[in-house]
Design a protein around this ligand. Structure first.
Ligand SMILES: [Zn+2]
Length: 272
């Protein structure tokens, strides 16, 4: 009996290890990642979460704002490498004082109107949207859910999740993994390494799309100087001297993409 239990246990451990080994990927910045779930599953989770948000949050009726945000998204999306679905992205602007934005696996982008108080021009808003899309490109959601599964939740939650159970605990885990935790009362920022990667990938993305990467620094300064009531975005994306310094160091690398876009007459012209 004991021997059987030990056998089962060693089988489970071996399976978990081999799963973990086969699920090792490399991020666009060259960092090793644990991604246990197939991308299709993450996409399905993202689509489901987006539908939920659309049911709970009013979509803006301000066509100018909607067109402005879509203009920026439409410029960024074609520059997403390995993008099998460039025409299939859904971009929604939610009417809310929240200063926040997000992108989800499954080709979804959401921007809250409150963000426009901090992202004061097309380049600054492109910095936020590029950063959010970069989290998706670098598969940070998959990595976060995988880390949770591997370290905290264990195989029992994995089986519940893979079985599609939608209990609130599982939902919270998925939402937190996708970076939406804060909106649902669980503040769980992306790790510093995820934030740095998203900043750097986002910078290149916005520059290629014809937005001035130098404005990213001003965006983060706007966020940081908000005072007593910092924008919601800050709870999952803390601004810091380090972040601003890293961006400043990387801007010279992104700038040539922007200069090339300008030279080709592709400077972004998204106006509110
Ligand atoms: Zn982020």
């Amino acid at each position: 009996m004991k021997k059987n239990t030990a056998n089962i246990l060693s089988f489970v451990i071996a399976t978990a290890i081999s799963l973990a080994l086969t699920a090792c990927a490399t991020s666009p910045e060259g960092r090793k990642q644990l991604t246990l779930l197939p991308d299709e599953q993450l996409n399905a989770m993202g689509i489901q979460s987006f539908e939920q948000i659309k049911q709970e949050t009013p979509i803006t009726e301000n066509k100018n704002v909607e067109n402005y945000v879509r203009c920026i998204a439409n410029r960024i999306i074609p520059h997403v490498a390995e993008n099998p679905n460039p025409a299939g992205w859904e971009v929604q602007v939610f009417e809310s004082d929240q200063a926040n934005a997000f992108a989800l696996p499954g080709y979804k982008i959401g921007v809250y109107t409150g963000l426009l108080d901090y992202a004061k021009n097309q380049d600054q808003l492109a910095a936020v949207m590029g950063h959010e899309v970069a989290h998706v490109i670098a598969r940070h959601g998959n990595e976060r859910v995988s880390q949770q599964l591997a370290t905290e939740a264990g195989l029992s939650v994995a089986s519940v999740m893979l079985g599609g159970d939608q209990s609130s605990g599982t939902n919270q885990l998925i939402l937190a993994g996708l970076g939406l935790g804060a909106q649902y009362g669980v503040i769980l920022p992306f790790s510093r390494s995820h934030e740095s990667e998203a900043d750097l990938i986002g910078l290149e993305l916005m520059a290629k799309a014809g937005f001035d990467p130098g404005e990213s620094v001003q965006l983060w300064k706007n966020m940081a100087t908000a005072g007593a009531s910092p924008p919601e975005f800050m709870s999952t994306h803390p601004s810091s001297e380090t972040r601003i310094k890293q961006l400043q160091e990387r801007i010279p690398q992104a700038k040539p993409y922007f200069d090339a876009a300008v030279k080709q007459g592709k400077r972004a012209q998204c106006k509110l």
